[in-house]
Design a protein around this ligand. Structure first.
Ligand SMILES: Nc1ncnc2c1ncn2[C@@H]1O[C@H](COP(=O)(O)OP(=O)(O)OP(=O)(O)O)[C@@H](O)[C@H]1O
Ligand SMILES: [Mg+2]
Length: 637
């Protein structure tokens, strides 16, 4: 049995209405209402859903045409069938024009049911079609929104013309174009010219693998972009959908991380080598000096001078290597960078050829830094010499200082940078500049592009080490042909730069005190022993911590000084000093090392240090200085 039919009957004659109802009721269950005025019709239509309206053609004051008008006005698609006593052709035409679905004469009511069935069937088909259309529209809209609101830049391009066919908001934002501008362009406009050949090959091969490309924004910024692409038909054309993931920032951070890991590994290697060389050079230099003291002027003496000067060159080199590895002994104090520069300017001017113009722009209210003056001078020197070398045909060299604040945003882009207040030193030249391959390696020890004999490639590695040691940060801007700017940021300190007294120089190098010498390298021990004896000291030598402790306990006379290597198997110089000081509290301590921080700050008191490689003079000076009550390291060379 079919569902109950909801029919609204517009009729003023109750008998006629009943006839109609009876006819309908033969076949189907009915829900019926009768209305005879415009107001009642409106009210009934507003109240519920009707499957069908049966309207008498003419009721006094109301009629089927008005019913049709009301149905149209309410935006309903309920079928209206006209029931009428007699129908002329004119009436039929005007009723059908007004939207009636059919006509049934009152004397032929038997036609009513088939007409209704057909009408209901058609109405059902109409609404099914409308539903389907709406679903298509909705789902198209849904996908359009997915495309539009995707946070990843996306576009569709024509694979024949490479012109863009569609683009989403994220792409417009990232690439800086308006929609019209973007759609007027082609894929080639996003790529640097040198990539165009590869781009066409890539499109032709339908290569849709994940890879990284360079893209240009409207303002000319270069992006690193990971592309995922997929072929499709779009508006009847062969096209490709592209998803562009901007990995510029990620790549930059990865590059910087790789760079800092590389520098750390190279630094460890350099530090290790320098440590061993220091011991070897101590031996060479000390024996050289001993021989020079005893030999008369003559041929042999010149040869030994040569050995010594080669040894000194080696010592200078290992010192630089240690500086790169942040292990050089330094004496940081509060400094004014502008003062350091002012002291150096004349020297720098002499260093540079006449065709290079040097300008120093010092910020008047520059903050102070905490650093070792000598190492900062070395930074300036190395950068200025490099800048001079980069301007073979002359040019302009500008050294600038400034107070700068590196904020969180900057720190996020530059791994290892702590946000805060810094003093900046910039050395800018108008020279040859560098390509990316050179830039990637400049801080490596021994990397140089200069001809043999002109550069060792240590300059910038030393700068790097010093800046790291100061907890600073270095940044380079350079382009082939566009000059170079090195920017060095050193943490700003609030203390006022104060002139601190230089360590007092010992008046004599000789003494007669007892020294306990602890050194695991036999040759170094021998040489130190010889030097100390020559300077009048009584020496107890030990090859490690255990022997030192035994000797200390066995010796019944005072021991005035413990001279110990800092880095030994089993025990550090600091630990040994702590142990021995418990037995002999008055004893002075002097540690030998090429490292500035080896052994850590274990013992509370500052322990005097002697830098390796030592010479006879530096050893004797430091020993005398410590015995006379100085705790900071004496002159070191
Ligand atoms: N201002 C600059 N302009 C162009 N290239 C530079 C500049 N500074 C450094 N470089 C490049 O970096 C390389 C390494 O510099 P670095 O100072 O470490 O060594 P070097 O100058 O070659 O040798 P050294 O400093 O030991 O005498 C140089 O060889 C050069 O290629
Ligand atoms: Mg250099």
């Amino acid at each position: 049995m079919a569902m109950a039919l909801r029919a609204l009957i517009i009729e003023d004659d109750v008998a006629d209405a009943e006839l109609v109802i009876r006819e309908l009721g033969r076949e189907r269950e009915l829900t019926v209402e009768i209305a005879a005025t415009a107001a009642a019709t409106r009210e009934a239509l507003a109240r519920g859903r009707w499957d069908l309206i049966l309207a008498d053609w003419s009721i006094p004051g109301f009629g089927a045409l008005e019913v049709l008008a009301i149905v149209r006005e309410l935006g309903l698609d309920t079928p209206v069938i006209i029931v009428s006593g007699s129908i002329t052709e004119d009436v039929a035409v005007s009723a059908m024009r007004a939207g009636a679905r059919d006509f049934v004469r009152k004397d032929r009511l038997s036609r009513l049911v088939p007409a209704i069935e057909r009408e209901l069937h058609e109405a059902e088909a109409r609404s099914a079609r409308r539903r389907a259309e709406r679903e298509v529209r909705d789902s198209a809209e849904c996908y359009r929104q997915l495309f539009e609101s995707s946070p990843l830049p996306m576009w569709v391009y024509d694979t024949d013309t490479l012109g863009f066919l569609a683009v989403n908001d994220a792409a417009l934002r990232r690439y800086g174009y308006t929609r019209d501008e973007f759609l007027a362009r082609a894929l080639t406009d996003l790529r640097p010219a040198e990539d165009h050949v590869r781009l066409r090959e890539n499109v032709a091969e339908r290569d849709d693998g994940l890879r990284i490309w360079r893209h240009l924004t409207k303002s000319g910024e270069t992006l690193a972009v990971e592309i995922t692409a997929h072929d499709l038909a779009f508006e009847g054309r062969r096209a490709r959908l592209v998803l562009a993931n901007d990995v510029t920032q990620r790549q930059r951070l990865e590059d910087q991380l790789r760079q800092s890991q590389k520098m750390e590994a190279v630094g460890r290697l350099a530090g290790g080598i320098a440590h061993d060389f220091n011991n070897i050079l101590s031996v060479i230099l000390s024996y050289g000096e001993t021989l020079l003291e005893v030999l008369e002027p003559g041929e042999l003496r010149d040869d030994i001078e040569q050995i010594r000067s080669a040894g000194q060159r080696g010592a200078a080199l290992t010192r630089q290597l240690l500086m790169f590895n942040r292990q050089q002994l330094v004496e940081p104090r509060v400094l004014q960078l502008n003062d350091v520069l002012a002291d150096m300017t004349r020297m720098l001017q002499r260093l540079l050829r006449a065709d290079i113009e040097l300008a120093v722009r010092a910020a008047p209210d520059l903050g102070s830094i905490h650093a070792d003056q000598g190492t900062i001078e070395q930074v300036v020197m190395n950068l200025v010499v490099n800048a001079g070398d980069a301007m073979p045909a002359g040019g302009k060299l500008t050294v600038t200082t400034a107070n700068v604040v590196l904020d969180r945003g900057y720190a996020a882009d530059h791994p290892g940078v702590t946000p805060g207040r810094y003093v900046m030193l910039e050395v800018r030249d108008t020279g040859t500049g560098m390509d990316d391959a050179t830039l990637a390696r400049i801080f490596e020890p021994f990397f140089t592009t200069k001809e043999r004999g002109r550069g060792t490639g240590l300059g910038l590695s030393v700068v790097f080490g010093i800046v790291q040691q100061c907890q600073g940060h270095i940044w380079v801007d350079s382009e082939p042909g566009g000059g170079t700017a090195f920017k060095i940021y050193l943490p700003r300190v609030d203390a006022i730069a104060a002139d601190q007294p230089q360590p007092r120089r010992a008046a004599t190098l000789y003494g007669s005190e007892t020294v306990l010498l602890v050194e695991d390298d036999a040759q170094v021990r021998e040489v130190a022993l010889a030097i100390l004896r020559r300077h009048g000291y009584a020496v107890i030598a030990a090859c490690d911590g255990d022997e030192a402790v035994r000797s200390c306990e066995a010796h019944s006379h005072p021991i005035h000084l413990l001279l110990t290597d800092m880095v030994m198997p089993g025990i550090t110089g600091h630990e040994l000093a702590e142990r021995l000081l418990r037995i002999r509290p008055g004893m002075k301590v002097l540690c030998m090392s090429g490292y500035s921080d080896a052994g850590g700050a274990g013992s509370g008191a500052a322990i005097a240090r002697l830098q390796k490689p030592f010479t006879a003079e530096s050893l004797a000076t430091s020993v005398r200085h410590v015995l006379d009550g100085g705790s900071t390291p004496g002159p070191q060379r």
